[in-house]
Write a protein that binds this ligand. Structure first.
Ligand SMILES: [Zn+2]
Length: 195
């Protein structure tokens, strides 16, 4: 297929990550192309889940694969978490929008979801353990809730420098984009510390 969609990861604190994503209404080839590109982006980044705002799209789409096996691809369009049950567990979560940052997050073990597939068919599914955690994490993204909001105060302190660095890099990118738009040569300022 020519001209495959290709996404770059959207990193904290890009504003789109803070917006509530909007419902998908067109179940067409465009949606399929987006989902396929999201899976490619997630695999390249070595992630287990990805929500559309993380590729800059304000849409209620999430993809996940807890095992890396092709048969375990999960696609949830317009998901709603109907209930969260079971005992709560604490687990160290990472997020592709927060490279290099891991924090302990407490979540209920099970969740029940209603969603649509790529054709728009509604279905319900129950998840537990790791897949449930991924679904709850990615669902947070659709509501504009981020890893940094779920962190304990201790983790926030521990990661303060890394979080500040992400903010610096974001400001730098924005300044470059503004400069490029106005035709002014971008000023070299912050060294782009990349991991
Ligand atoms: Zn995330």
């Amino acid at each position: 297929m020519a001209d495959e969609l290709e996404f770059d990861l959207t990193l904290y604190p890009e504003p789109v990550l803070r917006k509530r994503a909007e419902a998908v209404t067109d179940f067409d080839a465009g949606l399929k192309a987006i989902v396929e590109a999201m899976f490619r982006c997630m695999a390249t980044a070595g992630g287990v889940g990805l929500a559309a705002p993380q590729v800059g799209l304000k849409r209620r789409i999430l993809v996940a694969n807890a095992t890396g096996e092709p048969g375990d691809d999960l696609i949830l369009v317009n998901p709603t978490i109907l209930e969260r049950t079971g005992s709560t567990t604490v687990y160290e979560e990472g997020c592709l929008s927060f490279p290099g940052i891991y924090a302990e997050v407490e979540r209920p073990d099970r969740c029940k979801v209603r969603a649509q597939d790529l054709e728009g068919n509604e279905f319900e599914a129950e998840f537990e353990g790791f897949p449930s955690r991924i679904v709850q994490h990615e669902y947070d993204h659709l509501e504009g809730v981020l890893l940094v909001d779920r962190m304990s105060p201790a983790d926030k302190t521990r990661h303060r420098a890394a979080l500040e660095e992400l903010v610096c890099e974001f400001k730098h990118r924005r300044a470059q984009a503004t400069a490029a738009k106005s035709g002014v040569a971008p000023r070299r300022g912050l060294p782009g510390a990349r991991r």
